[in-house]
Design a protein around this ligand. Structure first.
Ligand code: UD1
Ligand code: CA
Length: 455
């Protein structure tokens, strides 16, 4: 039986930010969300989050998590004080409590399962995760006897010069027998450099406390400042890209590419340099994305090419070519084997298959059929200053260059729109529409010279 508590009440002064530290984003998910996600495999019976600084914001960010319990720590008097707030909430609880700092976002689920397994098999009062760091600066140092039994944990600022030499650090991840911890918590004192109640001091009242080393010390990186946030992002990116390369994806220059960890890539996808894949994005086999592209919360079909373009919240079906310099957004859905070309913006627009919008167009709130050719510079005027209106364009219709389609508007199938037209009324199928002033030529006409005398 395990309950989980996440410490997320601190401000995170070293971030120099108004945003609570645990809400800073790491590859699309907040730090605290990542910690929560890492404990999901344990199937905890209860999940408690201790909130304080920016409590409303932290609660709101986790509002979609079913059954999450929030515990308020109104004053942040240290990690021990934070855990003390759990006492009334866990009254009568008789299982183990896994405590995690909300700022340790790279933990692997297997590491946590392993820690819990060792804890439960050994009968320890507490089992804590430790690591040997090449640069232990900033972490609490863990001192053990020869059998990995913890004798004390000393925060760096309370360490003597000799103690600082110890590179074995406290990861901020602990399994406690709750009944033992609940008895130890009231005995803490704030007799240290920060005058805080340290959770780590409970080791003096618990027997035995065992240290378990993590195999990959990168997992336990705690985020206290922006530099550590950037380092964590780097570690995460390496993990994600290594995974996709092993699964058959080519990255031409992996260091210049970023990939959120919710992104899904199929084998034989090629990601060109300076490309960024974010959110819930899926890219199907044979597609080539980049260079210089951003794809966010979008689905890209098979054998699509995207060149120097931005695609968000949109769908592009198989065989379509996008870019250079196209912008698809707001639920654009492009059919198969289309061409969305240079300086074209599509917003909330659906197209059928084999439709081309090749140059300099804006299509907003439009439903476009198949085999349509949208001429260079064709624009939908979809907004009348108050409301947005739809434009419907039937199959095989062609617009000439530099047309304005003033919505609401329906063009039938096989319509031809003459270049430079401003179309304001619906057009039936198979018609030619010319909606512009007829050209007037006045032979021999010359501008009258102005009489500038006296001016
Ligand atoms: C803590 C540990 C240190 C360990 C390190 C690992 C203590 C005393 N020290 O230090 O041994 O090496 O984590 O990353 O525990 N928090 C609260 N309420 C508070 C104070 C903090 O909820 O009153 C939360 C913070 O939001 C944060 C976590 O606890 O998520 C850790 O606090 P932080 O101040 O970052 O502790 P460290 O100094 O990093
Ligand atoms: Ca920390």
């Amino acid at each position: 039986m395990v309950a989980v508590a996440i410490l997320a009440a601190g401000r995170g002064t070293r971030m120099k930010s108004d945003l609570p530290k645990v809400l800073h984003s790491l590859g699309g998910r907040s730090l605290v969300q990542r910690v929560l996600d890492s404990v999901a495999v344990l199937n905890p019976e209860r999940r408690l989050v201790i909130v304080g600084y920016g409590s409303e914001k932290v609660r709101a960010s986790l509002a979609d998590e079913p059954g999450l319990e929030f515990v308020e720590q109104t004053e942040q008097l240290g990690t021990g004080h934070a855990v003390q707030q759990l006492i009334p909430h866990l009254e009568g609880y008789d299982g183990d409590l896994l405590v995690l700092n909300g700022d340790v976002p790279l933990l692997r689920s297997e590491t946590l399962s392993n820690l819990l397994k060792i804890h439960q098999a050994s009968g320890n009062a507490a089992t804590i995760l430790t690591a040997h760091l090449p640069e232990p600066k900033g972490y609490g140092r863990v001192f053990c006897d020869g059998n990995n039994i913890v004798t004390q944990i000393v925060e760096e600022r309370d360490c003597t010069a000799a103690q600082k030499q110890n590179r074995r650090i406290n990861a901020g991840v602990y399994c406690f027998k709750w009944s033992a911890l609940a008895a130890a918590l009231p005995q803490l004192s704030a007799d240290n450099d920060q005058q805080e109640y340290y959770l780590t001091d409970t080791v003096h009242f618990l027997k035995p406390v065992m240290a378990v080393d993590v195999s990959d010390f990168q997992e336990i990186l705690g985020i206290n400042d922006r530099k550590q946030l950037a380092t964590a992002y780097d570690i995460l990116q390496t993990r994600v890209k290594d995974r996709w390369m092993a699964a058959g994806v080519t990255f031409i220059d992996p260091d210049s590419v970023t990939v959120d960890d919710e992104v899904i890539l199929e084998p034989d996808v090629v990601i060109e340099p300076q490309t960024h894949l974010r959110g819930k994005t899926l890219i199907r086999t044979g597609s080539r994305i980049g260079p210089g592209s951003l794809v966010e919360n979008s689905q890209i079909g098979e054998n699509v090419t995207v060149l120097f373009s931005v695609i968000s919240d949109s769908v592009v079906q198989a065989g379509t070519r996008v870019g250079p310099y196209a912008h698809l957004r707001g639920h654009a859905e492009v059919g198969q084997n289309c061409r969305i070309g240079n300086f074209v913006e599509l917003k909330n627009t659906v197209t059928g298959d084999r439709t081309n919008v090749s140059h300099l167009s804006y299509l907003g709130d439009a439903t476009v059929g198949s085999r349509v050719n949208v001429g260079a510079g064709t624009i939908t005027a979809n907004y009348d200053g108050v409301n947005k209106h739809r434009t419907v364009i039937g199959d095989r219709t062609k617009t000439g260059s530099n047309c304005v389609l003033v919505a609401p508007l329906t063009l039938g199938e096989n319509v031809t729109v003459a270049a430079g037209s401003v179309v304001t009324e619906d057009v039936e199928s198979n018609a030619l529409v010319i909606a512009r002033a007829r050209q007037v030529v006045k032979p021999g006409w010359q501008m009258q010279p102005k009489d500038t005398a006296g001016q």
